[in-house]
Design a protein. Structure first.
Length: 234
């Protein structure tokens, strides 16, 4: 059963090493997002789960062992995680980094979900994950819309802004139904990387009474970033 969840974005710039040789945590406008992610992931450990799983969007659906390797070298960052040849998509690489940063192990592995996965299949995957152990914690990795007003740096596209607000509202109150209603048809139009992963969370949370907390809602580098915590109401 799902007892806790953390929702985080996965920009490479979340990793301090991506900020340059100094690894500054005070550059790039990501310090607020990083701090919120750290707090959300700490909440997973506080729930004392039997299993921790990371779920993130990718080009294809796949399951990986918790020790699988990922790399940020294709983004110009000399950072690697895990053992062996890097195979993890960006979402899971950042997710594994967040867990390692918090001293938490991925005892139930890492799950990549194709971004085009239909909602019903996302729900099925989520329900399957929730049955993996008596107490399951899920780290859900996903970025919001990457489409902002063309030619106007920092200006939001109205449709993208409304989408971000819809997701933020659902995350704030642990509304699995709100995430379930997100339209896959907007994925390409708005360049949304998180919809499938969020709907996996919706499937894992279906029927449960959960408490939500929105920790961060911002747009950096023309991408929407949302951070939230969910916990089972005892």
């Amino acid at each position: 059963m799902l007892v806790a969840a953390a929702v985080c974005p996965h920009p490479p710039l979340l990793v301090p090493e991506a900020m340059g040789a100094a690894g500054s945590q005070r550059n790039g406008g990501m310090e607020e997002v990083r701090a919120a992610c750290d707090a959300a992931v700490a909440g997973l450990a506080a729930a004392e789960p039997d299993a921790v799983v990371v779920v993130g969007g990718a080009r294809t659906t796949a399951a990986y062992e918790g020790s699988a390797a990922g790399s940020l070298r294709e983004y110009g960052v000399a950072y690697d995680i895990g053992r062996g040849e890097p195979v993890l998509p960006l979402s899971l690489t950042i997710g594994a980094w967040l867990l390692r940063r918090a001293g938490i192990g991925t005892t139930a592995g890492l799950r990549a979900v194709a971004r085009a996965t239909p909602p019903a299949e996302c729900f099925r995957i989520g329900a399957q994950i929730a049955r993996q152990a008596p107490r399951v914690a899920m780290l859900t990795m996903g970025d919001g819309p990457a489409r902002r007003a063309m030619g106007i740096p920092g200006a939001a596209d109205p449709t993208a802004e409304a989408y971000d607000a819809e997701v933020a509202a659902a995350l704030a109150v642990a509304d699995a139904g709100g995430l379930a209603r997100l339209a896959p048809s907007l994925d390409d139009e708005l360049m949304v990387a998180g919809r499938a992963a969020w709907q996996v969370l919706a499937g894992a949370a279906d029927g449960l009474q959960l408490r939500g907390r929105l920790r961060c809602a911002t747009a950096q580098y023309e991408v929407g970033y949302l951070v939230a915590s969910w916990e089972l109401v005892r």
